[in-house]
Structures are given as C-alpha cells and as structure tokens.
Design a protein around this ligand. Structure first.
Ligand code: AMP
Length: 411
C-alpha cells in the first residue's frame, strides 16, 4: 500500500511525497497502523530501516488531529534520543514532515546556550526531541512541563543504556502522566533492554524487523585481512581510487581518529574527524560539510556517528573492527540507507580475528572475504605516496653523488 492510500492528513501526504517516500518500509508498514490506533509499540529495528519516520509519521497524524481542537500549545510528545546528532536529525524529520501543519518541534540539546531554547519553549511547542541532560535541566528550572504529555517515544534505547541513561529515562517517568502512549525503539534486544522496555510500555505491540540478519539487504559488506601497521596504505589507496565517493571511516578511539587523519595528511589526503573531544559547534559543522559533500572522507568513532543519517555515503570502512559486535551493524548501517545501496569493507588484522568471529556469530553469517594476493599487498604499500617523496629525494641524491664522483675523476 502506498502512503497516498493511508489515512493521513493531506499535508503529511504532500510532505512524504516531497521527500520521495512513496511506499512504507517494512518497519513503517508494521508500526504506523498500531501507533495510529493509540497502541504502545516495542520495535526492534536497526537504523537505516526507516525507523524514524515509522514513529514520526503517526505521531504527527495524532497531534494533527489533536491540535485542531486545542487553542494553547502544550508539549504533547517527547522523543528521547541518546546523542545530540540524533536530536538534530530527528527534529529535522519532524519539521520536514510537519510542513504546512501547525505542529511545531524543538530539538533540545546540551552544549549550546539555553536561552534561545527557552524563548521557543515559552512560545509553546508540540514536540520536544531531546537528550536526557538538557531536558532535565529545563524541567528542574521550570521551563518544561510534561504534565500534558500524550506520547513518549524512546529511540535507540540500546544506545541509551550504553551511555548510562537508564536512570534518566526512569527519572523521566516521574514527570510524565501514567496514562500515555509509549513507543520504544531499539536496534538490538538484550535482557536489560527488555527490562527497560517493559517498565515503560503497556501491553505493547511487538515488532521485529529481520531478526536473523540485522544487516540491511541494501548493504554489501566484506572483510580484507590487513595488518595493523599496513592499514594506512590500504586506506590511502582506497580513498585515492574512490576520489568522487563519500567515505566514512570508523576507528576505535579518538586518538586513533587523529592519527589516521595525520597519516592521510602526510600523503596529501584531506579528511576530517568527529569524536567526543570536539565541541558541538565543530561537530555540527563537520557533519554539515560531510552531508553536503564539502568533505568526502570522515573519520569517526562509534559514539559520535551512531545513528547519524548522512545522505549518500557510498562506503563505510571499518579501519578498526568495533569492540562491541552491535556496533558493526550500526557502523555499516550508515550506508545503504532507505532505498539506496551501499558497501562496507572491514580491515581485519591478525589481532582482530577473534572480533571478526564474534561479529559473524552476531549477524549469523560469515562476512565475504575480499582476498588481497601477496603481490598486490606489497604493491599497495610500495605505491604509497608516503614513500614516493623520500625515494625521489634519494634518487636525486644518488645522481648528485655520481656527478661529483665523475668530476673528481676528471680532475
Ligand atoms: P532511519 O532508519 O530512520 O535512519 O532512515 C533511513 C533512511 O531511509 C533515511 O535517509 C530516510 O530518509 C529514508 N527513508 C525512510 N523512509 C523511507 C521511505 N518510505 N521511502 C524511502 N526512503 C525512506
């Protein structure tokens, strides 16, 4: 069934059409009718499946019908997100899909001044998209009241747990009505997630998208065996031979991110990094530049890039394999989004083979190996620009010595 045949107001249908959303994705097909009926939903769906719109579309439709009857704006829906980037992204989807309606959304994030946010809150908003920190700050200062909340959505719940937000979520329950609709979305399910979910939802409809294969069908993913010290040469070669593509490179730590950046700089390749040490303004700017294509290679750590929706990423390179197996799915899920296709390659060193096995167990399949034969391996290292300069200089030096020798002989 196409979106145009759904019972949605004409404005939302028009906005869906403008975004090029013609048919619902699996998760949207399964979640939208239940949410519209007012049911609680517990959904296991990884990012890239269209899960954001799966809750935003029905939330907007519900609020559309409610705001028509209300004169005063009150916060009717809170969408909790684990990271600032996700707040920005989800608030953007809300705004895009709510165009021409009177529904307003505010993205509440920490790390930026609170006065402009307070000014918007004082005018009144329908939807708050927030990370726990700033939301609680503003609740305690009395700028946010959630007494009339109708819908609570918790997005990327597993990541909320990873970041230690479990108590914040529980604390939130003290500020919101007991009778509400709760939508709980998580990419993975664990006993802890189940506990959290069942403490929030009431008789939920359960939805699970491709449980056996958490990797989107749109992604081709491979592994190549490359030793730790050689990885930079292979990255250099990959970037050079895909100079028009958008490439996201994952590393394990902030320090590694900066090191890889410097290694690329040495061979004349411009990249940017995004990690927890960068201030929010800088992170936003880098994300914007990567989104619009000004930067074509971004080196990221897991935390900073989780859940982030950047259009048209062609390749995800796992320069380091992730410590947490779930992160493999999140990382490669940055490409092949919506209806697009994408490719991911993991560089696996001898010391990372166990991690690879764990990932394969987690996704219940072996990852196809992109074999590199010995001579190509050597060649890739030898062809690195890192060596080109010294060799040139060396040859020049040898020439000069020869000339000097000849001159001496003549004398
Ligand atoms: P998400 O899983 O919410 O991060 O969404 C992944 C990507 O899918 C985003 O870039 C969306 O714009 C895109 N998307 C979501 N729903 C649809 C749809 N019904 N048709 C086409 N693209 C979609």
């Amino acid at each position: 069934m196409k979106f145009q045949e759904y019972t949605l107001c004409k404005e939302i249908k028009q906005n869906l059409q403008e975004l090029g959303y013609i048919k619902p994705t699996d998760i949207q097909y399964k979640a939208i009718p239940s949410i519209l009926k007012g049911e609680d939903v517990l959904a296991i769906a990884q990012t890239g499946t269209g899960k954001t719109a799966a809750f935003v579309i029905p939330i907007l439709e519900i609020l559309y019908n409610r705001t028509r009857q209300k004169r005063h704006k009150q916060i009717q829906c809170v969408i909790m997100e684990p990271t600032r980037e996700l707040v920005i992204q989800t608030a953007r989807v809300c705004n895009q899909l709510a165009k021409q309606t009177s529904i307003t959304t505010l993205g509440l994030l920490g790390g930026v001044e609170q006065d402009p946010q307070i000014a918007v809150l004082e005018k009144g908003v329908d939807i708050l998209v927030a990370t726990p920190g700033r939301l609680f700050d503003l609740i305690s200062q009395g700028y946010v009241s959630l007494q009339n909340l109708k819908i609570l959505a918790v997005d990327e719940a597993d990541h909320m747990l990873d970041l230690g937000f479990i108590n914040d979520i529980r604390q939130l329950l003290r500020h919101i009505p007991r009778y509400r609709q709760t939508l709980f979305f998580s990419a993975t399910i664990s006993p802890e997630i189940k506990d959290l979910a069942y403490s929030l939802v009431h008789k939920p409809v359960r939805i699970q998208i491709s449980p056996k294969d958490p990797v989107s069908k749109n992604i081709d993913h491979f592994v190549s065996y490359i030793e730790m010290d050689d990885k930079r040469f292979f990255l250099e070669q990959f970037i050079t031979s895909h100079s028009t593509n958008k490439i996201l490179v994952f590393v394990r730590t902030k320090v590694r991110a900066e090191r890889v950046k410097s290694a690329m700089e040495r061979v004349g390749i411009a990249t940017e990094t995004i990690h927890g040490d960068k201030i929010q303004k800088e992170r936003n700017q880098i994300m914007k530049q990567f989104s619009d294509g000004t930067i074509h290679v971004l080196i990221a750590t897991d935390i900073s890039a989780r859940g982030v929706d950047i259009p048209n990423i062609d390749f995800v390179i796992n320069y380091d394999l992730p410590d947490e197996v779930e992160n493999y799915v999140h990382r490669i899920g940055r490409t092949g989004r919506g209806t697009q296709r994408g490719t991911s390659i993991s560089f696996c060193s001898s010391s990372e083979k166990e991690m690879l096995q764990n990932i394969e167990t987690f996704i219940s399949k072996p990852i196809s190996v992109l074999e590199i034969d010995k001579s190509t391996y050597k060649q890739t290292i030898l062809e690195s620009s890192e060596f080109r300069l010294p060799i040139k200089e060396l040859l020049q030096e040898i020439d000069e010595i020869e000339i000097r020798k000849k001159k001496k002989k003549k004398k």
